[in-house]
Design a protein around this ligand. Structure first.
Ligand code: PDD
Length: 288
């Protein structure tokens, strides 16, 4: 396959030729924010919501936005088109730009903007049937986990810890309260009710999380936010992880013990079916 095209600061380039200066604050400080969004049949999924969250991350970090919504949409569609359309995962990143190394914000430095994409393969039927194996750990992150920052060292270390424990993901617990996973939001099912940790500074406002809450409402499944702890995890009939690239994933083992029956549960199946129907509508050009 030919090399993918990326967008960097106004130019479309083969990925291997795209370069940022060594003084870019994204490289030096992790001083950047990002988004990841799925594209189905060439059509960005929940684009407005992703761009709104990007604007929020930029605002909360006092970073300039290099494009308006239409500008971002144009660039995203162009990258997707140049990379062959179909199903893709689009990554976009903004950093505070390149300047002399100083923690303080630089004056008059334009932000760096990057958009790239890669083929998106949904989780296989076998993977979904097997479900994810997860471990739980104390949440080592900062107090602004609602900002989608590129400073991801704790998440990187957690993911590696999961892999070394033969697990897929890590569920995070802060001061006894369950927040989210290292790369996904979290839901649990108890007595036919769908529950997810309360939105706040300790977790990312996930676009898939919002969609799952919408789909649950459509399906007449009672759902809402709740303060959840380890006891709730241990007593859950089902646990799910949600993210833009992994969709809605059932968790079948937690800390070496089965979750519920140890198999993907009936409510997950309903939500998964509703989610796939939503993707089909995007593919048919009926929704965004
Ligand atoms: N991560 N929480 C964290 C810490 C995440 O990194 C992600 C997604 C989510 C789910 O958010 P959304 O539904 O908007 O994708 C929650 C992306 C996919 C990533 O970093 O690659």
């Amino acid at each position: 396959m030919s090399e993918p095209t990326v967008y960097l600061d106004g130019l479309y380039l083969p990925q291997g030729e795209a370069r940022v200066p060594v003084l870019d604050r994204g490289f030096i400080f992790g001083d950047g924010v990002y988004e990841v969004l799925p594209v189905y049949a060439g059509e960005p999924f929940r684009l407005a919501q992703h761009l709104e969250r990007l604007e929020r991350s930029l605002r909360l970090t006092a970073m300039a936005n290099p494009h308006g919504r239409e500008g971002w949409e144009r660039v995203i569609r162009e990258v997707v088109r140049r990379n062959g359309g179909g199903d893709q995962s689009v990554y976009l990143q903004v950093t505070r730009g390149a300047a002399r190394r100083d923690h303080a914000f630089p004056d008059d430095t334009p932000p760096t903007a990057l958009v790239m994409s890669s083929p998106l393969t949904p989780p296989s039927a076998e993977d979904l049937a097997r479900g994810a194996e997860v471990i739980s750990r104390p949440d080592p992150r900062w107090l602004h986990c609602d900002i989608k920052t590129t400073s991801l060292l704790p998440n990187v270390l957690l993911r590696q810890e999961a892999l070394e424990a033969d697990a897929d993901e890590v569920i995070l617990v802060r001061d006894g309260v369950v927040t989210e996973a290292a790369t996904a939001n979290l839901f649990l099912v108890r007595d036919g009710r769908l529950l997810t940790p309360q939105q706040g500074p300790h977790l990312l406002p996930g676009i898939t999380r919002d969609l799952v809450l919408e789909l649950a409402a459509d399906q007449g499944i009672p759902a809402g936010e709740a303060a959840l702890d380890r006891t709730d995890l241990a007593a859950a009939d089902e646990i799910w992880l949600t993210s833009s690239t992994r969709e809605v994933r059932p968790v079948t083992r937690l800390d070496g013990r089965p979750v519920g029956t140890g198999e993907a549960g009936p409510l997950w199946r309903r939500l998964h079916t509703a989610y796939q129907a939503c993707k089909d509508r995007i593919r048919a050009g009926e929704a965004h």
